[in-house]
Design a protein around this ligand. Structure first.
Ligand code: NAP
Ligand code: GLV
Length: 311
């Protein structure tokens, strides 16, 4: 019997890498999407940005796999049939990339690396003081797959970690806060705030002046969730007033970040191109094959997005 066909309509720049990785996987027949491709018999779809007309042209579709962890764009697509499950990407490569980015940026803010870089640029020998990791209050908005992995990594480095989620978590070493009512207590006196939330109507704009004012004076922000979490107009005034000391931003309201946007040139804003973490072709496809085997074996899919919750 021929293997199930998986249509690759993920990020175009990754297509060749996925085709190569799929060549060694006997469980799937990966079909790269092109407007003129033969769609007969496609049962699974791997998708990132909505492609007009695509789910409708696939009458045998059994599941849509989101190319990333954040499903807000695909859930907002009215062309996604309500009976077809949408699966969030949960795979070790994506998790590894995010824990690396969060650790890298947390250390950047913890050690105020920019002061050393500025001193070097001016030829100044300027040692500076920094607290021990265990004296630094770090908090993660979102304690899901990625938030929990980041928390575990930061704990290993000695940072005390708080986390905020909808439902309270029992995670060794993590002080867990839950729900809107506990958000102010979660934020109080935090020195490094990391956003790893999905973008939903409830979380949109959560990184705003009111919440910045709840943090320790001179706190840092790391936004790796979505651009829509940040009220962009509130960030530079918060940094210029000293409420925040600096920010690392990987995601933006408009991507690519437009030329001339004030974030590009701000000395205390570190910009990365929505690249904190990407789905790894080999481990991502292995995970999709595992899920397809579940479906073909009559088992339920895992990590199915909940349309009511929005993630
Ligand atoms: P996940 O496993 O679904 O976790 C989401 C977490 O957010 C859960 O802990 C959830 O709480 C919490 N949450 C959702 N709505 C909430 C609300 N209204 N109040 C409080 N907590 C809320 O997602 P994930 O795999 O960790 O990914 C998280 C996000 O990271 C993605 O949605 C995406 O936006 C972003 N991301 C960015 C990149 C990048 O490169 N920048 C890469 C991957 C992912 P419960 O646990 O109680 O449900
Ligand atoms: C990337 O942004 C993702 O959601 O995986």
């Amino acid at each position: 019997m021929s293997p199930p066909k998986l249509l690759f309509a993920g990020a175009d720049e990754y297509q060749a890498m996925f085709v190569e990785a799929a060549a060694s996987l006997p469980d799937i027949d990966l079909v790269p999407y092109r407007p003129d491709v033969d769609l007969t018999g496609i049962e699974y779809l791997l998708m990132w940005r909505p492609v007009p007309g695509l789910p409708a042209a696939l009458p045998k579709l059994k599941a849509v796999f989101c190319f990333g962890a954040g499903v807000e764009r695909l859930l907002a697509n009215p062309e996604l049939p309500s009976h077809v499950p949408l699966v969030r990407m949960v795979e070790p490569g994506l998790t590894q990339g995010m824990t690396e980015y969060v650790l890298w940026q947390t250390l950047r803010h913890h050690r105020r690396i920019w002061e050393l870089e500025e001193a070097q640029a001016e030829g100044r020998w300027a040692p500076h003081w920094y607290p021990a990791a265990w004296e630094r209050q770090v908090g993660i908005l979102g304690l899901g797959t990625l938030g929990q992995a980041a928390a575990a990594q930061l704990l290993e480095y000695g940072f005390p970690v708080r986390g905020w989620s909808r439902n309270r978590k029992e995670l060794a070493g993590v002080k867990s806060f839950a729900g809107d009512g506990e958000l102010p207590d979660f934020l109080r006196d935090l020195e490094i705030l990391i956003c790893l939330l999905p973008l939903t109507p409830e979380t949109s704009g959560i990184l705003n002046a009111v919440n910045f004012a709840r943090l320790a004076l001179g706190a840092s922000l790391i936004n790796v969730g979505r651009g829509g979490h940040l009220v962009e107009a509130d960030l530079i005034p918060a940094i210029d007033s000293g409420q925040l000391q600096a920010a690392s931003l990987d995601v933006f309201a408009q991507e690519p970040l437009p030329p001339g946007h004030p974030f590009w040139a701000h000395p205390r804003i570190f910009v990365t191109p929505h690249n904190a973490s990407d789905t790894n072709p080999a481990s991502g496809l292995r995970e999709i094959c595992r899920q397809i085997r579940r479906v073909e074996g009559g088992l339920p899919l895992e990590h199915v997005a909940d349309r009511g919750r929005g993630y």
